[in-house]
Design a protein around this ligand. Structure first.
Ligand SMILES: [Zn+2]
Length: 456
């Protein structure tokens, strides 16, 4: 009783609550921003004063473990659904569905068929009676589950970062029911592919521009009265690694061109055999020491990349920095898509706003954990997902975490000691009181009166 009162008082005094959902109607809006291809260690290698200012007053997660394949569409859909690629169905930048015989590419992505295996957060937000807004985030201009956003753009890479943000903030300030907004920007991915991440001059220029966009974002949110009022998350989909003409894997050297079809090529190739599966598999599996070859059912479980009809019968995975081609030259100096265990494939995350701790740093979490966190922030129930709110909740100011657990431990310890001393004191006091008369009588050596004090 005494302990529970102390705990209640402690929690009440600290303004701390258990991990209940934010009340949706009271929850501040959330702005999610992705800078495509922002590799986690760019934070250590380049000067990013605006980004540092952003997270110095908020949260920094140095590294996110993203999902396989570490490509743009799979990872952007995982961020907003909390699902691995095999579960949300957006498996690569180029796909083929053997049942419907449909083809998907990032230039031909607006058929809901490809997106309907999952329900992204913006659809759930609107199903809960709020509005969502989006600027170029993959999928936000698609009619997913018969739901088209009112506040969105058709994808157009020529629209500036500033214009994307201005539209979002206008929608957010004019319509208070907007709870969730998502913004996508193409850099530093574009420069990473063109120059390779080892080109520090070009990457330095690209990241300087990205950092200036973050500076604009803070200024603009200040001017529109949103800074400090809304929650803002800046993150990315994947990293980037250096490729080289010295690290080419040429399929034509291992297998006849007529024996297979390639759906997607590098660094994860999706192969449909046109001849006997086992012969094609055998030829490919001895093709190159820097290329792993899997029959679909043998893809390692940790990659979560086999339970979907859109995954082709044979999957080839190049080692880091190696490029798979049929023949010919290196297509790009930088690439991503490789094994999601590789640190070079990992992005970062930073967050700022009323829900987040200030000056708090975490080493890592999984990118699928972001979805339950975002649902919590906007006050809606998450759909079934592969993420964990428990792994990320320490980023939030209102969650019980390390410090509170320690404080509760100290209070319980002090209470136990106090209770023990109080009991001992009472026992000794009772003993003193009850022993004064028998002691006197013992002196008199009066056997008949031994039990008398006990009868009182
Ligand atoms: Zn890319």
């Amino acid at each position: 009783m005494q302990i529970s009162v102390y705990l209640y008082a402690l929690i009440a005094c600290s303004g701390l609550t258990l991990s209940a959902l934010e009340n949706g109607s009271d929850a501040p809006a959330l702005l999610l921003v992705s800078f495509d291809g922002f590799r986690a260690d760019y934070l250590n290698k380049y000067s990013l004063p605006n980004l540092e200012k952003f997270f110095s007053d908020g949260v920094l997660v140095r590294e996110l473990t993203n999902v396989f394949t570490t490509k743009t569409f799979p990872n952007h859909y995982s961020l907003v659904t909390g699902l691995y690629a095999e579960s949300h169905g957006m498996l690569a930048s180029i796909m083929y569905d053997p049942v419907s015989k449909k083809h998907f590419s990032i230039q031909n992505d607006s058929d809901p068929f490809w997106w309907d295996e999952a329900i992204p957060i913006w659809v759930s937000v609107e199903e809960n009676g709020y509005r969502a807004a989006a600027a170029m985030w993959p999928g936000t201009d698609v009619n997913i589950h018969n739901h088209t956003l009112k506040y969105t753009f058709k994808y157009n890479s020529k629209v500036s970062f500033q214009a994307r943000l201005r539209n979002l903030t206008q929608w957010m300030t004019e319509d208070k029911s907007v709870k969730f907004a998502a913004l996508y920007w193409e850099e530093p991915d574009w420069s990473g592919h063109r120059y390779g991440p080892d080109n520090t001059t070009e990457m330095g220029n690209a990241l300087k521009e990205v950092d200036s966009h973050i500076g604009f974002l803070m200024d603009h949110l200040n001017k529109t009265g949103l800074w400090g009022k809304i929650n803002v998350i800046i993150t990315s989909d994947h990293g980037m690694t250096q490729c080289s003409p010295e690290r080419l894997i040429e399929l034509d050297k291992c297998i006849s061109a007529g024996s297979y079809t390639v759906v997607d090529l590098t660094p994860v190739a999706a192969i449909i055999p046109l001849e006997d599966n086992s012969t094609v598999y055998k030829n490919l599996s001895t093709c190159h020491e820097h290329m792993k070859v899997y029959l679909k059912n043998d893809v390692p479980d940790r990659l979560h990349y086999k339970n979907n009809e859109r995954i082709q019968p044979i999957i080839l995975v190049a080692d880091e920095g190696w490029t798979i081609v049929k023949h010919g030259n290196l297509p790009r100096l930088g690439d991503h898509g490789y094994d999601n265990m590789l640190p070079s494939m990992h992005p970062f995350l930073a967050a700022h706003g009323p829900a987040f701790r200030k000056g708090y740093k975490m080493s890592s979490f999984n990118s699928v954990d972001l979805y339950p966190l975002m649902c919590h922030l906007v006050g809606i129930s998450p759909k079934a997902n592969n993420g964990s709110f428990a792994r990320v909740r320490c980023a939030l100011v209102n969650e019980q975490c390390g410090e509170l657990a320690l404080a509760v431990g100290i209070v319980i310890g002090v209470l136990i000691i106090l209770t023990t001393f109080t009991c001992l004191f009472k026992l000794m006091k009772n003993r003193d009181a009850s022993s004064s008369r028998p002691f006197a009588r013992l002196e008199l050596d009066d056997d008949d009166a031994d039990d008398e004090p006990l009868l009182e």
